[in-house]
Each structure stands twice: as C-alpha cells, then as structure tokens.
Design a binder for this molecule. Structure first.
Ligand SMILES: Cc1cc2nc3c(=O)[nH]c(=O)nc-3n(C[C@H](O)[C@H](O)[C@H](O)COP(=O)(O)OP(=O)(O)OC[C@H]3O[C@@H](n4cnc5c(N)ncnc54)[C@H](O)[C@@H]3O)c2cc1C
Length: 416
C-alpha cells in the first residue's frame, strides 16, 4: 500500500511515522525546506491535557464581546468583515450551547489523553525520549474568585487544585511569582518539549527508512481523481500516484479541497511567541505553565524560555506589530529578568488551524473513499498529533480504532 501525506508540520510527520511503523510505503510532500516550518515552529511546546477543552461554550460569548470592545487580554479581532471569519463564527456560535460544549470538550479530552499516552511510545521507538519531559504542568489564576469558580466546575484527577505554597513545592523557581497567583491547577499528565526540534528529528528518523520518501521544497498543486476516487497528487509538474492521500496541510487545507467540492471550516487564529536565551538554568521554571489571567503560556526547553500569547482573528496576516510583542517583552521583564538574557530573543508568529468545534477534522472524506484528512488542531496540534496520526493509520490499515468519536463533525466527512 502507498500513502502520500501532504504537509510536514507536526501532524503530517506524526501521521507519516504511524504509517511507516506498519511497513506502509509513505511519501511526505512539503512546500517548505524542512519539517515544522509554519505553525509547528514556535508554539509553546506544552502537551496540554489541562486545556483539552473546546473554546466554543456559554462563556465564549462574553469573551467575544470583550474582544469586540478591545478589552480582552487574550483575544483580538482585527478583520470582522472577513467572509471566512463570518462563516467560521456562525458555526462557532452554533457550538456555544452547554450541550455542544460538553460533547466537543469530551471528544477533545479523550483524543488528547490518547495522544499523550502515544507520545512516549513514538519518542521511544524513534530514540527521541530525551526531547519531551513528562512531569506535569500548571494553570495559574491571579483572581481568587475566578480560581474558586473554576475549581468548583473543573477540579478532577486531570486538573488538581493547588495553593500557591503547593505550586512552589512542586516548582521552587515559581516562588518569584507567588504574589501574582491566588492559586491554580496541577495537570499531572501535561508534558513539555520543543515541537520544532521533535518534528525535525522524527522527520530525520523517517528519512533513514527505505520505504519513506520525504520531498521538501515541493508545492502540492492539486489532487488527481478518477471515477470517485483519488489517484494521486500533482506537485512540481509531476503526478505522484498513491493508494491513499492524507491532507495534513493545516490552515491551507481548504485551498486544496475546494476543487473537490468541499472546504473544511478551518480559520487561522494567530498567536505570537518570544524565545529568550536562558542565562541561569537553575532559576528557570521546571514545569510549563499557563497564566490564565494574562492568557500567556511559558515553557522551557532547548536552552530557551518561551512565552506565547494571543488568539487574534486576522486572516492570514503574519505581521508582528510591536504592540503585540510588547505583551511578551513586559512579561519576560517582569518575571524572568534574572533568568534570561532580555536582549537575546527571537519573536515568531503562527496561525493555529482552528475549527469551530476545536476538535480537528480527522477521518475519511465521504465523496472519496481513499482521501483522508488530519487538519484543524487549533491550539492543541502538538498535544494531539501522536494520537491523530496513530488513529488515522489504524483506520487506513483496517485495524480496530483504540478510541472513537474524537473528530469534529462535518457533512463531507466520515469522522473517526
Ligand atoms: C502561539 C501558539 C502557541 C501554541 N502552543 C501550543 C502548545 O503549547 N501545545 C499544542 O499542542 N499546540 C500549540 N499550538 C498549536 C500547534 O502549534 C498547531 O496546532 C500545530 O502546529 C498544527 O500543526 P499542523 O501540522 O496541522 O500545521 P502546520 O505546522 O502549519 O503544517 C502544515 C504544513 O503543510 C504545508 N503545506 C500546506 N499547503 C501545502 C501545499 N499546497 N503544498 C505543500 N505543503 C503544504 C505547510 O508548508 C506546513 O508545513 C500553538 C500555536 C500557536 C500559534
């Protein structure tokens, strides 16, 4: 059996790995010169089981109203009139009922936990276990009332309430921030690692296998079909034949499928990161954390401290305005001036491929029995990638699925 995977972000590379370990002949086609060059490059690196919850829900309406007034610290909307955003927003609103929120969050949580369990297996098989630290992570609250309300609705074995003293006991470096936090949650299953490095190393591992072909610097121009089935893809003026084709092309997936008569509802939700070189490793946070009030995430790996921020609805704009980067700079200056070299920083922006229901589109395209999709992982692509790749490989190989009903739903999709 031969499979072509389109896109070498973390999702495409994890999918290729899951297929290759079954002995399936795989070709990966990627426009960029290497894996993980777009959204998988500068993300926070958190395997974030504690945030495996759908964005759309009863509380999201308040967030959108605050964002419209420019008063939300984490969500910005700069292109209200974008037709793609209007289409996305209508479906988002339909997912805001308590019932839809529960169903979508349940899908996402089961998918992310399955993926978290798969990741060490992938890392072990590829010799990359050193690149991911499995020691848990924090979700920290500044406002006591907000913390207590959240505790009443969310506390569980996966998200354990912790006092400021308990936070410091688990990670003494956070004693610098105790006046900033009223309390928080410890997510024991959370992990952290450099997604860009991991994806590149996994790509290099695949490159050493005889039955895997990696084609970088190659733009996919279209999908070939005949008699209701896909026959291959067109790239660089050549047709590459395949028994199955998988779309792992993130925000650009609709560009490739429109000619086939459907367009996955994936919106690019922009975020930013700053990566500072660490000068005092002893003082750096040991565990990743999310500052829920500031809506910022912090992770430490590969000799850097990375801070990420914002969910901005701005079409495919990749500018990095100073006022956005200042949010990251101020946080680094306020909390980590003694940990990092403030002058040695790399800023980055990425577009999260986000569905209205938050879960990715994962499954078989109804009109074409050998065309599959693994796209739309939003803010949890690193978290969900190992599990999504494995489930798709199980489906293509005709194996029983280890978990089911984890995909976003769509008329054109037979979801896993
Ligand atoms: C600020 C920020 C912080 C984040 N933090 C986290 C986090 O802590 N944890 C987490 O789990 N997730 C996080 N995410 C989300 C995560 O980064 C994404 O969900 C994930 O990277 C999506 O991976 P992907 O492979 O689907 O997309 P991408 O990485 O964008 O890969 C898609 C690939 O397809 C290729 N492609 C597209 N069209 C074509 C074509 N026509 N021909 C050839 N190639 C093509 C592109 O070049 C690209 O390389 C964060 C995102 C942002 C922006």
């Amino acid at each position: 059996m031969s499979v072509v995977v389109l896109g070498a972000g973390v999702v495409g590379i994890q999918t290729a790995f899951a297929l290759a370990r079954r002995g399936i002949e795989v070709t990966v086609i990627e426009r960029g010169p290497a894996p993980a060059n777009l959204c998988s490059k500068g993300n926070a690196g958190i395997i974030s089981i504690g945030h495996a919850e759908a964005w759309a829900g009863p509380g999201a309406l308040g967030t959108m109203i605050r964002a419209a007034a420019g008063r939300d610290p984490g969500v910005k909307v700069s292109r209200w009139t974008d037709p793609a955003l209007i289409r996305w927003g209508m479906e988002f609103l339909r997912n805001c009922s308590a019932e839809a929120h529960r169903a979508n969050s349940d899908r996402l949580a089961r998918l992310c936990r399955f993926s978290r369990a798969r990741l060490p297996v992938v890392a072990e098989e590829a010799g990359l276990s050193d690149l991911v630290r499995h020691a848990g992570g924090f979700y920290l609250h500044t406002d006591r009332t907000e913390f207590e309300t959240f505790r009443d609705s969310h506390a569980s074995a996966h998200l354990q309430p912790v006092s400021a003293a308990e936070i410091v006991a688990k990670d003494p470096s956070l004693s610098r921030m105790t006046d900033h936090f009223a309390g928080g949650f410890y997510a024991p299953e959370d992990s952290v690692g450099d997604c860009h490095l991991f994806t590149n190393e996994l790509g290099a591992h695949l490159g050493r296998l005889n039955h895997v072909s990696l084609r970088y610097d190659t733009e996919v121009e279209g999908i070939e079909r005949q008699d209701g089935a896909v026959t291959g893809i067109r790239a660089a003026g050549e047709v590459i034949a395949a028994d199955h084709v998988i779309l792992a092309t993130g925000i650009e997936t609709p560009d490739l499928t429109r000619a086939l008569g459907f367009a996955p509802n994936i919106y690019p939700v922009k975020g930013y990161s700053g990566s500072w070189r660490i000068k005092d490793a002893e003082a750096a946070p040991r565990l990743p954390f999310i500052d829920e009030a500031a809506r910022l995430a912090v992770g430490v790996y590969s000799g850097i401290l990375r801070i990420t921020a914002l969910a901005e609805f701005a079409r495919r704009n990749r500018d990095m305005p100073e006022k956005r980067l200042d949010i990251l700079r101020r946080y680094a200056e306020r909390h980590f001036a003694d940990v990092v070299d403030l002058d040695d920083v790399t800023f980055w922006t990425g577009l999260r491929p986000t569905t209205p229901a938050s879960a990715p589109y994962l499954g078989r395209v109804r009109a074409y029995p050998n065309l599959w999709i693994n796209a739309g992982h939003g803010s949890l692509g690193w978290t969900a990638s190992a599990g999504c790749g494995e489930l798709l490989a199980q489906a293509i190989s005709g194996e029983a699925l280890e978990v089911q009903d984890v995909s976003a739903q769509a008329r054109w999709l037979d979801p896993l």
